[in-house]
Ligand binder design. Structure first.
Ligand code: MN
Ligand code: MN
Length: 360
């Protein structure tokens, strides 16, 4: 108990000594972010006793019904992070526009982006939810002037840090500052995140995939091909059986993949062609892509690496395929082969009779 194990503050200070470019301001910002997650963990764990479940009776900018905890978690991030003087502005999944630092507080050189409560439809059924965050540098010129949404439109490769908190049976914080991905577990009696999972790595191979199979008929051909091959198992071209998982919370899906490998897909589909994907680039895809890449995995849209995607708007959505490197590379290859027609053999009627997808 008094072993002096590394906690998240010590970890961050050591990272800052290793990389002085991060600056003391960065560590202080991160401890505000960590405090936000602890506050949300507390609210989530009390559930119905604290009267925090149910709908808030409002919609967010995405037109999704907000849960009461969506609103409370959003306020937790804002109230813990806006006064510290480390931020130029914030952007949240739950806010239409960026959050400007109130004039009474000093402004700093970082931008904070967050999904305050991910998987919030899980909250009323007492399943895992999480928070996702990403730290960017504010472009020089914007620090003194008023930052705008355009300052947030940076590709994921420019993130200074990314992480998530998972409010599961235990509360965990998973964090990268560009030097590996590391997991901490909340020790509630002392209120500290203790380093329990240093240097997480995702095995390049897997026998597990996660996808919302109810959208099957809307998927593009490369995804239909990939999933049909997984389902064919030992008798198909993959010559091994696969398992399928689906938690419907991105944080929980990514966490499972960090712990035991796998591939997660929320691909582009034709269900609503105005949306090129389901997940948000800035709040969800980019931070998870950095976390996964720092653990040796890969994140892709199928056509492009997520860390290279140049955002064009704050609430932009993208297809997300992430996890074990070999599988993500295979799915990227299927997209390329579809584009060039090299997957013709898999579209023949002969192939179709051997899969579940008659129209392949
Ligand atoms: Mn989310
Ligand atoms: Mn959310």
């Amino acid at each position: 108990m008094l072993s002096g194990r590394t906690n998240v503050n010590k970890f961050l200070i050591e990272e800052q000594r290793r990389n002085p470019a991060l600056g003391g301001e960065f560590c202080m910002l991160m401890s505000d972010v960590v405090r936000s997650c602890k506050a949300i963990a507390q609210g989530v764990s009390r559930g119905a006793l604290a009267g925090v479940l149910g709908d808030a009776g409002s919609e967010n900018v995405q037109g999704e019904a907000q849960k009461r905890l969506d609103v409370l978690a959003n306020e937790a991030f804002i109230n813990h992070c806006d006064w510290g003087g480390h931020l130029a502005a914030m952007a949240s999944e739950e806010l239409d526009d960026i959050y400007r630092i109130p004039p009474e507080y000093p402004r700093g050189r970082y931008l904070l982006v967050f999904d305050p409560l991910d998987g919030s439809s899980n909250i009323d059924v007492n399943l895992s939810v999480g928070s996702i965050f990403s730290v960017l540098r504010c472009p020089e010129s914007a620090v003194v002037e008023q930052p705008t949404a355009a300052d947030f439109l940076q590709p994921g490769s420019r993130q200074v840090a990314a992480g998530y908190a998972l409010y599961g049976p235990s509360t965990m914080l998973v964090l990268t500052v560009g030097n590996g991905t590391h997991g901490f577990t909340l020790k509630r009696d002392i209120g500290e995140f203790v380093l329990t999972h240093p240097n997480l790595t995702i095995s390049p191979e897997t026998r597990e995939f996660a996808i919302n199979a109810s959208n099957e008929r809307f998927w593009e051909k490369p995804i239909q091909r990939y999933v049909s091959e997984c389902l064919a198992g030992q008798t198909g071209v993959r010559e091994k059986d696969f398992n399928m998982r689906w938690v419907a919370s991105l944080v929980a899906e990514v966490h499972r993949i960090l712990m035991r490998g796998g591939v997660f897909m929320y691909p582009r589909d034709t269900k609503d062609i105005s949306r090129p994907g389901r997940l948000r680039l800035l709040y969800e895809a980019s931070p998870m892509a950095m976390i996964v890449a720092q653990a040796g995995g890969l994140a892709s849209t199928g056509r492009e690496r997520i860390l290279d995607v140049q955002p064009t708007s704050l609430h932009q959505r993208v297809p997300v395929i992430l996890g074990s490197r070999d599988e993500v590379e295979r799915i990227e290859r299927y997209h390329r082969e579809h584009e060039t027609g090299e997957d013709q053999p898999f579209r023949s009627p002969l192939f179709a009779t051997r899969t579940l997808f008659r129209d392949y």
